[in-house]
Design a protein around this ligand. Sequence first.
Ligand code: COA
Length: 244
Amino acid sequence: MFAGIKEDIKTVFTKDPAARSILEVLTYPGLHALWFHRIAHRLWKRQFTTLARLVSQLSRFLTGVEIHPGAQIGRRFFIDHGMSVVIGETAVIGDDVLMYHQVTLGGTSLTHTKRHPTIGNGVLIGMGAKILGPITIGDHCKIGANAVVNKDIPDNCTVVGIPGRIIRRNGAPTNDVGVMDNTINRVDPRDDTIQELMSRIELLERHSEKLEELIERIERHEGTPHHYHPYQSEESYMGHDVHI
Ligand SMILES: CC(C)(COP(=O)(O)OP(=O)(O)OC[C@H]1O[C@@H](n2cnc3c(N)ncnc32)[C@H](O)[C@@H]1OP(=O)(O)O)[C@@H](O)C(=O)NCCC(=O)NCCS
């Protein structure tokens, strides 16, 4: 057990350049949350589920980090800053994972099945990233701050944005391969404003066609190309008395 605690403290020094002394590191909420989780997870595995929940909720109250006691977490895991992290029941986290504040490893279904992500070894999850559903994030991936990911990601990829896009694979830039095709945070094409704008564009196109027809008629009638003003009214063109 003490070897584990020592390893956790050492991990903080390798992953947080701001860490200066052991005493300082011992105040880190990410570390407290991890240690509470170790206790809660053991209780959970021994079927003391309510007690496990109590420990996990106490941890949440004290640290702002909510890790379900059922979540499986590997070695040398570190949550920097900690606040507002949520890790779901069936999440699995590999070794050497670094996670920042406001990350969610969430579920997308209400069934009692595996519904949370599996995170590979050596993954970095930037602040505010949301990883949703029973997907797998490959080893040594980097998930950018505030990215939303709900599709599997192969090993050694960097993913950024909403929807998440793979911008780098094995160190080389990619052609912006989409990893999501849902509509989270995209403009909804059925949105009322979009519909209104589209009908106005259609109206403008019809008016423009009409104007072109009128100009052609005038030119045919007068035999010379006619200069027209785009804001001239239809009636004036119809009357053939336009001289701008
Ligand atoms: C995703 C991340 C790991 C990428 O790092 P990197 O491999 O060094 O990539 P780069 O910084 O060279 O960025 C590559 C491209 O992605 C863009 N990008 C980087 N991070 C992004 C993000 N979170 N969201 C959107 N775009 C991002 C960059 O602007 C750049 O675009 P460009 O090629 O058009 O200029 C990093 O940007 C990140 O988000 N880390 C999380 C850090 C964090 O949460 N810190 C909290 C500390 S409290």
